[in-house]
Design a protein around this ligand. Sequence first.
Ligand code: SF4
Length: 239
Amino acid sequence: MAASDLLIKGFLETSFLDWDGKIVSVVFLPNCNFRCPFCHNAALVLHPDTLAGVPVGRVIAFLKEHTDFIDGVCVTGGEPALHAGRGLVEFIAELKKMNLLVKLDTNGTDPDLLERLYKDKMLDFVAMDVKGPLDGRYDKLSGVKSDLAKIKRSIGLIMDSGVDYEFRTTIVPNLLYDRDLEDLAKEIKGAKKFVLQQFDHRDTLDPSLSNCEPYSAEKLKEMAEISGRYVKNVVIRGK
Ligand code: SF4
């Protein structure tokens, strides 16, 4: 496989929001092995064929032209790891050749890929979604039968990598309560950063969540305090 084989279904030339303190381009890769009911990328996850592709050459040409301005690239999805054997590794290698920083967003289901990318020094930041406590409760948040052993292995690799990272969880009312969050935070005890993402009930993969009101800002603060017993740096993201 070559970098040019990578299937890209979205390209944001410039973002100030996807990597704290960095100006990045964002590439969106299709498909996902999860079906999180609160997902906002339904088209990318369920119907990627309806989205126009973005030629890798166009992305690379833009980045080459703007190396003075763009710090790096955020590779997101869908689940980027599904493209491990389909040009993803080669694409990241191209970015590194251009001295660009690389951030990978992942649901942590492919620890082998993470291990390989860390070994080859191809990552500068990893943001991993941890959907919920790492037990039977995970499946209702991921929407599939989850391989928890793989997810736990990814968490361990990320924490031991020496590369910057964050774990993040979308706080969905009716799916995540105080006790769930505390159990989750225990699983990532000692992590560098834990982001609690406010749930947004618009355009969710499971339409029944459109009636679900997000927790209040005060409630999220309370949950951040609970998480703070296990992770020092807990951040609330979203309104
Ligand atoms: S992991 Fe969940 S939220 Fe992320 S793209 Fe897949 S289905 Fe959507």
